[in-house]
Design a protein around this ligand. Structure first.
Ligand code: NAD
Ligand code: DAU
Length: 369
């Protein structure tokens, strides 16, 4: 079936990988990247595909119901992949209102616009999909019972428990509370109105084009520039890391083959204690820059812990594997090497982001059209 899909948040980290995958893999589809271009949105992430005939960029806020509704009518949209969000936990601690506004009210505006548009069509929900991208952080935190676990390449369990699709929601940060609320709204639109929705909850992503406020790009850049590496608390918190292109592949598969009203967890069974991961980053950057490996370990600086810092995340993604056959394609060592190389090779991208120059890209590219 020919699809016209709005991808929200397509100028962000994960969204840009999803947009690129869909634009390249489905030339017969029409892909509309709808993004407000907050500090986290960067159209330079999509430079390589911006002139493709099946791609359109629309600068808009997901809270702007009228614009969303008009765009859906104009483009006869039959699919929505919703990634736009405020995504950084530390920012949510300082400014929870913006997180509620974008993540909750923005999601609700998008749901309501799609509902009103699709409901009035003769075929109603048939062939439609509202796919909401969420996070494992809605499940809260797991116990860390095995402090030594997972240090081997490829990771391993730091405890006996994992987040499954049945795990009770227990968000702790304003970010995860807002994402949890948006997940509930999406499911409520299925249960109440019959809207064809899907929700997925993914673990920590890493890879090219991530905004350097997040651990991996921030630390790669700091190691390169020999700046301190602020490790929260004792560095013992555990995260489950997945290469971003594997997440994008999962989104493609689930958008096309996932069961309506269902939920899938996405993760790579790849747990790392922060401090171990940071050491891998230091060794990799040092090696690739021709420095003595480990010479930058002295940049590690323990700082005050993040408020409410979740101890451990670990996703059980076996449902996705068993039902749809998805598996991560990259081993962590390969993924981290690729990622570090990408940031070192794209210093201009990093400099534009850290200086704020990237925000001029939209003006230059789109004001002329
Ligand atoms: P990001 O911060 O890199 O990008 C977010 C994008 O959304 C930006 O382009 C921004 O401009 C846009 N945006 C923000 N507010 C908007 C609004 N009001 N209207 C329109 N656009 C708006 O985020 P990311 O890391 O790519 O995460 C994308 C999605 O995936 C989020 O929903 C996040 O919760 C989820 N997620 C992220 C991870 C991760 O590790 N990064 C893991 C699991 C789930
Ligand atoms: O689990 C999925 C989530 O992963 C996504 O929903 C979020 O959008 C995404 O930002 C990410 O959240 P985290 O809080 O886990 O990611 P972050 O990169 O901010 O931090 C990773 C770990 O590193 C976390 O335990 C906090 C720690 N940290 C982070 C920063 C930025 C530090 O020790 N120092 C730092 O400077």
């Amino acid at each position: 079936m020919r699809r016209t899909i709005i991808i929200t948040g397509g100028a962000g980290f994960i969204g840009s990988h999803v947009v690129r995958l869909f634009v390249e893999k489905y030339p017969e589809y029409r892909i509309i990247n709808l993004d407000k271009l907050t500090y986290a949105g960067n159209l330079a992430n999509l430079k390589d595909i911006e002139n493709r005939p099946n791609y359109r960029f629309v600068k808009a806020d997901i809270c702007d119901f009228d614009t969303l509704f008009a765009l859906m009518q104009e483009e006869q949209v039959n699919g929505i992949i919703h990634l736009a969000a405020e995504s950084h936990v530390d920012r949510s601690i300082k400014d929870p209102f913006t997180f509620a506004l974008t993540n909750v009210m923005g999601t609700l505006s998008l749901l309501q616009a799609a509902k009103l548009y699709w409901e009035c069509l003769p075929e109603k929900w048939e062939g439609k999909r509202f796919y909401h991208i969420s996070t494992d952080e809605v499940y809260g935190a797991l116990e860390l019972t095995n402090l030594e676990g997972g240090n081997e390449p490829g990771g391993g369990p730091f405890g006996d428990t994992f987040f499954t699709e049945e795990t009770k929601y227990q968000p702790h940060s304003p970010y995860s509370a807002a994402k949890a609320s948006s997940d509930h709204f999406v499911r409520a639109f299925h249960d109440t109105y019959g809207m064809p929705t899907i929700v997925t909850n993914c673990s920590n992503n890493y890879g090219p084009y991530q905004f350097p406020e997040k651990l991996i790009p921030l630390f790669i850049n700091n190691i390169r520039n020999r700046k301190p590496l602020p490790v929260y608390g004792k560095g013992e918190n555990v995260r489950d890391w997945l290469f971003v292109e594997d997440h994008a592949r999962a989104i493609d598969l689930i958008f096309h083959k996932g069961k309506i009203a269902d939920t899938y967890n996405i993760g790579g069974f790849n747990e790392w204690k922060n401090i171990d991961l940071i050491k891998v980053l230091i060794h990799t950057v040092d090696r690739l820059l021709g420095r003595r490996e480990g010479e930058d370990l002295n940049l590690i600086t323990y700082v005050t812990d993040r408020a409410g810092h979740d101890l451990r995340y670990a996703i059980d993604s076996s449902k996705l594997k068993n039902e749809l056959g998805w598996e991560p394609s990259l081993q962590f060592e390969e993924g981290i090497e690729k990622t570090v190389r990408w940031y070192l090779d794209h210093q201009e991208w990093m400099d534009n982001v850290t200086s704020g120059d990237y925000q001029k890209y939209y003006e230059e590219m789109y004001s002329k059209r």
